[in-house]
Write a protein that binds this ligand. Sequence first.
Ligand code: PMP
Length: 429
Amino acid sequence: DRSEVAYFGAGPAPLPTKVLVKGAEAFVNFQNTGLSLAEISHRSQTANQILADTKAALTTLLEIPDSHDILFMHGGGSAEFSAVVLNMVAVWVEKRRREAEKDLGQDSAAIIERVRKELQDYLRLDYLVTGSWSLKASQEAANLLEPLGKGFVNVAVDSRKSASGKFDNIPAEDAWTLTQPRNQGGKTSAFVYYCDNETVDGVEFPNFPKCLDPDSSDEVPVVADMSSNFLSRRVDVSKHAVIFGGAQKNIGITDVTLVIVRKDVLATQPPPSFLHAVGVWSPPTILSWPVVAKNNSLYNTMPIFSIWIAGEVMRGLLETHQDRQLAGQEEVANAKAKQIYDALDRYPEVYQIVPDRSVRSRMNICFRVNGGDAGQEKAFLEGAEAQLLQGLKGHRSVGGIRISNYNAVDVDKVRRLTRYLEGFARKSK
Ligand code: PMP
């Protein structure tokens, strides 16, 4: 029975049972239409309404300002690693093109020549590498820019350069080596990228980084991957040019990726021919934010069922927390995480939490049992399985234990888990 199983998987992740029950019905016969939501046309009135309703719920929850648009896309967070680079480099190029046009008028050969040179001399992409996913994103950037040359990606932070050699901390902001603003040495960043919550390593930014505040950082666009902590706390969307995340953790089922993008990003795109002339890829159509936006996320066939599920999850949050937007869910998420960390902290000789206290993720709680003793960790997992506490094995790249504490993991199940943590610790002391 579903109520007996407590699942703590990192993604796909638990969904509210209420949503699944309603979803099962919608999968067969949506609102008595005699059709499944998986069967209807993505261009139908019903599908359009579902898109609009889901956008409206997300706008309310995250208090998304008018300056930003919401896109539904394919390919998960991973596709956005590429989309970010291609769309944001295009913005960078377009800004340079417009400046060159002001100086050089209609001389297109001269404009191309100048922008091509500026690109080689000045373009940088800043990445804060604080875990496995931001590392992957930065590697994708380097890969996509390889035909232009090397050195475009500036790793402003690599948190493995610490005493432990692990992704278990976030260095202080004054140690970040962000690209200088253009007026202080020529180079400019197309964006600064961070991953708000590192799913594999259990590291979460405690707050929005101060030095990235648009008021203080020369307006370098900020891009955030929120795949694994979306809708778990309030976010100041206005500080970001782009926020993206796959739905399959806190929002819904896989197959739909949410992208919140500032409208000026959409409006600052050069003609593809200009990009080609200066030696840059234009975004593949399916990854082009302006194309997706222009088509109301219906450039091609979208998974309407998945988008509806996401909407149901969001409406559930709105219903539960009423007019508190995400403040209510933030309290719940914090309280659940605290309960788990408190239980672990009571037995430091048995449980060793991987990340530094100041950057502990509220969503993915990563720890070792008895210093990573293979037998003890196996015993921990087997004992948990026996009590139907599932999905606790750490990511294969780092090992250990990981408790994923997403929104749909309810308080009762967290309580069951903490009882198990206590019992196991007492037994093995
Ligand atoms: N970013 C983060 C933070 C993730 O946790 C994941 C997936 N676990 C990804 C990106 C990649 O997402 P996807 O599998 O949807 O491509």
